[in-house]
Design a protein around this ligand. Sequence first.
Ligand SMILES: CSC[C@H]1O[C@H](OP(=O)(O)O)[C@H](O)[C@@H]1O
Ligand code: ADE
Length: 291
Amino acid sequence: MTKAVLGIIGGSGLYDLPGLEDAEWRTVESPWGTPSDQLSFGRIGATPIVFLPRHGRGHRLAPSGIDYRANIDALKRAGVTDLVSVSAVGSLKQELFPGDFVIVDQFIDRTVGRVSTFFGNGCVAHVSMAHPVAPRLVERIRLAAAAEDIPHHIGGTYVAMEGPQFSSVAESHLYRSWNADVIGMTNMPEAKLAREAELSYATIAMVTDYDCWHPNHAAVTVDEVIRVLGENRDKAQRLVARLARDFPAEHEPCPIGSDRALDHALITAPDARDPALLARLDAVAGRVLAR
Ligand SMILES: CSC[C@H]1O[C@H](OP(=O)(O)O)[C@H](O)[C@@H]1O
Ligand SMILES: Nc1ncnc2[nH]cnc12
């Protein structure tokens, strides 16, 4: 049995977790680079929590400037088993209103030039991203949202764009024609790296705007995103607090195997592996490399 540790990555507008008890900011070093900030260790009820502000306190880091590998590696080293991203998103559908929460279940990765894997020459791995989010974690978020009476939608496709500029109207219509639901700039490669690190991952996407496709709404601005986030911060904090309070003490095995993603993913023969890369993979892939 593995003790459950709930990791929370706070996105725009969420740079700390006020309900965190016995909270302490600690530096966690990673061989992959520099995490966005120190990690805040604490608990909510009996559940151990590790919180990381994705853009750093003060929102220092742009979506393309975040070291996603260092973040995921540091959270893994901190003992996290289940990871929830809280993210601001634009809505690509009329029925997804600013203020709504969408518990997404698919991603389209439109980012370019971000390092999106821990593996490579010397240790090649191919994990499945067919089902990028962990269903039990989604179900726990759903229960918490229902208990807190927070309007939410289960399922939806998140387009990850490079940014930092927002989309053009033509791009926004293109994503709508793909039947995507929401758009943001950060959940890729984060979700891919979480899968490689065998962390069960889910996203609470907080709708802040209608991007720029809606005839009756002005194109998104940062001021508008921050204003809507301000109105919904309390809801996000209540949702995370309820999720944490009701979280099981033992990590629940993932029915789609997100916590065992490397079981059938490594292809490089043991004697052809690069010892330097293996050393960096100690936290991410230690479970399978130790075999
Ligand atoms: C401040 S608007 C754009 C910014 O907000 C979202 O960030 P996060 O997912 O960390 O909440 C979006 O992806 C952009 O990075
Ligand atoms: N419309 C939008 N596009 C990209 N990222 C966002 N974050 C919040 N709203 C967004």
